[in-house]
Design a protein around this ligand. Sequence first.
Ligand code: PRP
Length: 213
Amino acid sequence: MKQMINVALPKGRLGEKVLAIFESCGYDCPAIHETNRKLIFENLDAGVRYFWVKPSDVSIYVERGAADIGVAGKDILLEYAPDVYELYNLGIGKCRMAVAARRDFYDNTERTLRVATKFPNIAKTFYDKKGRDIDIIKLNGSIEIAPILRMSDVIVDIVETGTTLKENNLEPVETIVPISARLISNKVSYKFKNKEIVKLAESIKAYCENRDN
Ligand code: PRP
């Protein structure tokens, strides 16, 4: 019987793109297109089982081995530092982690900087390197509101098109790191399902390189 590869896909727009890539590489799964409430799908012939999970949870499923591989944003990998292998940069889901603030923001370095973010570890590492004292305000979404209400001085957040910042009268101050989607693997699976995982990763790599040229 064919060895199945369990794949955690990030639910949402990025996940749809990722699934299309996997399907183009021969890991198709007709059942996944038939319903939109189910979360687990498999195609025994292709040797693949897909799980739709919250994008920020992909690395948890992979780290714990519930999924052999998955696709996660570099933002999540930097924030949670999961113990997984990063196999390949898919070059999709491109955006950047940035500091943003009100247009009238002036950085008074004598005061602790109040930073609102969903990514406290990324923010802390960034400001530690600068030797800047910060007070982290951990939020779970709609981060842009914090500086508008003067609850924070700046935000550390994902910027893709910049529209959200613009529409909330904020502007980017500094880029912290570019972000894109990465193919990740559980470390034990990589050893025991090596042939299958390497074959899959190589087909995905070939597909993406061909697409980029
Ligand atoms: C992300 C991010 C920004 C927005 C940036 O939010 O937190 O709010 O996208 O995209 P843009 O530069 O193209 O406008 P997300 O949709 O993940 O929602 P949330 O942060 O409120 O959870």
